[in-house]
Design a protein around this ligand. Structure first.
Ligand SMILES: [Zn+2]
Length: 281
């Protein structure tokens, strides 16, 4: 479960409820709320739980959860587009007809469901009303009123409201380990994903340069420790970038640079040349 997840007080109760009554009794669920509030995080976590072989327990390592986390689950389909056309919904239905069905069924997540054309919405409506066996749908939207009323009336709806400043402020310090910053808390408008984005912006580069300073000190002692430190650094940052679902080119470049430093240390390349490469733009 991602850190962004824990910040929203509505998410934990939804998950608990879901564990007891799968999909809250319906084939389809619609999650609405402002951008960066946690809709995609909730949708993906619910999908993982639906497909899990162990009733969706936390930190599960079953085959299904591992392939879900790796983005390779054969029974998980995610649709996201700036405009979702009827052809995409038809392709989806075709794929559902073809894919192999495991015991836990299939799950379709449609992000930004309000971007479906009317034709696409109507095509999806039929699938929701008469689902292919064991196919569940989770839709998200930050514009509830643009979702067709016929769809709204046939799904269970969860609204994620803004998180109160006191809760988001505590999350910032206790979970993300940032110093308390009232300005950023205000700017986040109660949206955990937005706060994380504000705090992370440009920070990979800063953190990478700090890591490089750190290994310069470590290297004088022990190359193995420097290597271990860089590997740990890389794993942590990679996990955070993938958790946030916000992969930026500049961040990837820094991750690659650290990767190249690890390789250079392993080749026993001169440490001064590694450092001057690392600090180059
Ligand atoms: Zn599992």
């Amino acid at each position: 479960m991602s850190k962004a997840f824990c910040a929203h007080p509505r998410l934990e109760p939804v998950l608990k409820q879901f564990q007891q009554i799968p999909l809250l009794g319906a084939h389809a669920l619609l999650i609405s709320g402002a951008p960066f509030i946690g809709k995609t995080t909730l949708a993906r976590e619910l999908a993982r739980m639906m497909l899990c072989a162990n009733s969706g327990e936390d930190h599960c390592r079953c085959q299904s959860c591992r392939s879900f986390t790796a983005g390779l689950h054969p029974d998980y389909i995610q649709i996201q587009n700036s405009s979702i056309t009827v052809d995409e919904i038809r392709q989806l239905k075709q794929a559902l007809g073809l894919s192999t069905l495991s015991a836990t069924g299939r799950c379709v997540v449609i992000l930004k469901a309000h971007t479906m054309t009317t034709e696409a919405s109507n095509a999806l409506l039929k699938s929701i009303e008469e689902p292919v066996s064991q196919t569940r749908y989770i839709l998200t939207t930050d514009n509830l009123h643009r979702v067709l009323p016929t769809i709204r009336s046939r799904v269970n709806h969860i609204y994620l409201p803004p998180v109160p400043p006191s809760i988001i402020g505590r999350w910032m310090t206790d979970v993300l380990h940032y110093p308390h910053d009232p300005l950023r808390v205000t700017q986040s408008m109660g949206r955990p994903g937005l706060l994380q984005r504000l705090m992370d912006s440009g920070s990979i580069q800063r953190q990478a340069l700090e890591a490089i300073d750190q290994i310069e000190a470590l290297q004088q002692l022990e190359p193995d420790i420097a290597l271990e430190y860089l590997r740990q650094w890389q794993n942590d940052r990679q996990a955070r970038i993938f958790e946030s679902g916000d992969v930026r080119a500049a961040d990837v470049r820094w991750l690659q640079k650290i990767e190249q430093m690890i390789a250079a240390i392993q080749r026993h390349q001169s440490f001064n040349s590694i450092l001057s490469y690392a600090r180059s733009a």
